[in-house]
Design a protein around this ligand. Sequence first.
Ligand code: 13P
Length: 267
Amino acid sequence: MSVKQRQLVIAGNWKMHKTRPEARELAGAVRDALETERDLPAVVLCPSFTSLEPVLQVCVNSPLAVGAQNMDHRDSGAYTGEISPPMLLELGVKYVIIGHSERRQFFGETNATVNLKLKAAVRHGLIPIVCVGETVDERENHLTDAVVSRQTAAALDDLDAAQLSGLIVAYEPVWAIGTGKVCEAVEANRVAAVIRSTIGNLYANRDLAASIPVLYGGSVKASNIDEQLAQPELDGALVGGASLNAEEFVAIIRSAQKKVQPAAAKS
Ligand code: 13P
C-alpha cells in the first residue's frame, strides 16, 4: 500500500494553552480558512478538556474534527479529576491522543497505562493517536529503535488485528518537542518504518502495518512540513506550538492538502 492510500492527518495538540474564548477564536479562524476546501487531510483540533465543547460547536458542519489530549481508561467511578471515554463521546469528540511523552514524563503514564487507554479507546470507538518516541539520552545511546519498538508493542498488547483499524501512531522524539530541533525527515521516515515493521511482525501481517497512518511530531512548522510529508512512511503531523497560530497551522494543512489524492481519483 502506498502512502497515498493511507489517510493523511494533521492534528493540532494545543496542550495546556487557550482559555475558552481564545480556543473558540483559534478554532474559528482555522474553520473559516478551510470550510469551503475540498480534498483536505483529516484535520483534528485537540484543545484542553475545558475547551472541547466550544471548539466542537465551532467545528460543527465543518471539515474539522476534535480530539482530546488524554482520558482515563475506566468508564466511571471514584477517580477524582479524571475524564472518561463516555464523557468524551457524549460531547462529540472523535479522536484521543494517548501516551503523549508529556503524560509519560510528568504524569506517570507508562507503557501499561497507554495499553489500557488504547484498549478503552478501541472499546468505545474513539480514534486513538498513540504517541511513541525516544528521549535524547536514549537516542545518544543508540536505543531509538528498541525504545520505539517496545513502546509500540506494549501499547498494542492484547489487541487483535481487527481492533487496529482506525489506529494512528505518532512518532514524537522527545528531544524534538518544543525545542525547535526537528528530526531530520529521512530519519523520521526510518523510525516510522521501524514502527510499521514492529506492527507487521507482531501480527505477521505487513498489509495491516502498511494501512496504519504514522505521523511525525516535534517542532513541526509550515517551513519544515514539506520535507516530512515527502517521506513515504509519514502520513502527516501532530503539531504542538505551531497549531496555536491559525495562519501557521492552516499553512501546514495546505501543505498536506497538496498531497491528498482528489476524491474523484480514489479507487
Ligand atoms: P511542538 O510542535 O511544539 O514541538 O510539540 C509537538 C508535540 O508534542 C505535539 O504533540
